[in-house]
Design a protein around this ligand. Structure first.
Ligand SMILES: [Zn+2]
Length: 138
């Protein structure tokens, strides 16, 4: 292995970990040098180079917080308009949806900042169709 400055910085940041595993799971943070498309421990997609995994976590936090700001902003704006009698909302489901979704993204974004990616995992699970009955081979 050729020496690289990135490796040296890692050692400084994380203590004397000369053989720091190269790959990391974005979700459960399982680490190893073994290359794999999915995490060997939790089976999630997003088992990748350490820096990428960290980047993904930061990106997820940013995206969720942005979504929360937009949704809650829309909710507050609508609330103000309703109180000013400029708009009318007939269903409580609207409030439940807007504030529920906004708070969900806010909670997901804040947790993602602390490395807890349950919201992103939920979306990826939904997207990958995991948990759904497996299709029978033709
Ligand atoms: Zn994992």
């Amino acid at each position: 292995m050729k020496p690289d400055t990135d490796g040296a910085r890692e050692v400084l940041e994380h203590g004397p970990a000369v053989d720091w595993p190269r790959y990391e799971c974005t979700f459960c943070r399982y680490r190893s040098d073994e290359k794999s498309a999915t995490c060997p421990r939790c089976g999630a997609f997003g088992y990748t180079e350490r820096a990428t995994a960290q980047g993904l976590r930061r990106a997820a936090a940013a995206v969720f917080l942005l979504a929360a700001v937009i949704i809650l902003g829309f909710g507050v704006e609508t609330t103000v308009e309703v109180f000013a009698h400029k708009a009318r909302v007939d269903s409580w489901i609207f409030w439940f949806g807007v504030y529920g979704l906004g708070l969900l993204f806010l909670a997901g974004g804040v947790s993602a900042m602390f490395g807890r990616l349950w919201l992103m995992r939920f979306f990826m699970t939904a997207a990958a169709g995991r948990g759904a009955p497996r299709r029978k081979p033709r």
